[in-house]
Design a protein around this ligand. Structure first.
Ligand code: NAD
Length: 297
């Protein structure tokens, strides 16, 4: 069997276009654009790239982007004061504090200071709680993006065996919760799981969110499984090259011989994250403006 390649890049592009169209309609109805504020503390190179990309994508989707770049030595009080200001700013629908924060700042207390109704990253404990009891809130962007790819591919997930590898608060746990809500039978595997290969081999759906390059080979997979690879890992550079290749947690080529469908890295889950962030921001804007968000957003 040769697996179908799940094209997250194309899916994300369609979602961004839809968000852009709905954002234009929102702006007319609300008399203002939906707004996303992104806060970056310090000069981490990767974070600067992410923040720049989010700002551009926000503008391209007909929304307002507010970037706040703060120096590395910003105090907790100053950062909290900015978050509070954004919480009270009616032109801001979504607030994202780019992680990781410098060591002297406590991520949990900063996230806790964001209004749950503007927490478009879905990292606030209130939103984690809402997800776990089935109330409307915000779901972290990467797992929600994985879920969109899965339901697009498989339709009804009812009764399917799903194995999520990884139990982080931002990917593994919310992913498992979403699959459970969709009536899959869910196992969360992690670094202490015994005989991981045989656990994964049971799965109709495998979501890998570990951060170990090409850990999952073809002999771990059931025939026809749908494989969502969240991992982003850089291999050591080949001789003469400056940068190593980006790979996922799944050995893509050999896994494609067994899987029914699989996301590539890059071009699979990665592009979904920003697209879902824009989607969450536009949903927040509708809620804040007392308008109903379109059903297919
Ligand atoms: P994390 O380090 O917080 O969690 C990794 C999880 O993997 C842990 O729960 C751990 O128990 C599990 N694990 C570690 N070693 C294992 C092993 N040998 N066997 C089984 N499980 C093991 O990571 P995270 O933030 O959840 O991210 C996971 C991966 O997804 C990373 O590669 C990250 O770069 C990537 N990621 C991608 C996106 C995106 O595509 N936009 C977003 C977030 C994370």
């Amino acid at each position: 069997m040769t697996a179908t390649r799940i094209d997250g890049k194309a899916f994300a592009a369609r979602l961004r276009e839809r968000v852009g169209d709905y954002a234009a309609t929102f702006a007319e109805a609300a008399g203002r654009k939906a707004g996303l504020a992104v806060v970056l503390v310090g000069e981490d190179a990767a974070s600067q790239v992410y923040v720049g990309a989010k700002g551009k994508a926000t503008l391209a989707a007909n929304m307002a982007s507010f970037e706040h770049r703060l120096p590395m030595d910003t105090t907790s009080e100053d950062l909290m004061a900015l978050v509070e200001k954004l919480n009270n700013d009616d032109s801001v629908d979504g607030i994202l504090v780019q992680l990781p924060l410098p060591d002297h700042l406590d991520e949990q207390s900063i996230i806790a200071a964001i209004s749950p109704d503007k927490d478009v990253d879905g990292f606030h404990v209130i939103n984690a709680g809402r997800l776990s009891v089935g109330q409307t809130g915000f779901v972290p962007c990467t797992p929600l993006g994985c879920m969109m790819l899965l339901t697009d591919r498989l339709g009804d997930l009812s009764g399917l065996e799903a194995v999520v590898i990884g139990r982080s608060n931002i990917v593994g746990k919310p992913m498992a919760q979403l699959l459970l809500d969709a009536n899959a039978t869910v196992t969360i595997a992690h670094s202490r799981t015994k005989d991981l290969a045989s656990v994964v081999r049971r799965a109709d759906i495998v979501v890998a969110a570990v951060g170990r390059p090409q850990m999952i080979g073809k002999d771990w997979l059931k025939d026809g499984a749908t494989v969502i690879d969240v991992g982003i890992n850089r291999l050591p550079p080949e001789p003469g090259k400056e940068k190593g290749k980006l790979v996922g947690d799944v050995a893509f080529d050999e896994a494609s011989e067994v899987a029914g469908a699989i996301t590539p890295v890059p071009g699979g889950v990665g592009p979904m994250t920003i697209a879902v962030l824009l989607r969450n921001t536009l949903v927040a804007a509708h809620r804040n403006a007392g308008l109903e968000a379109p059903a297919d957003l």
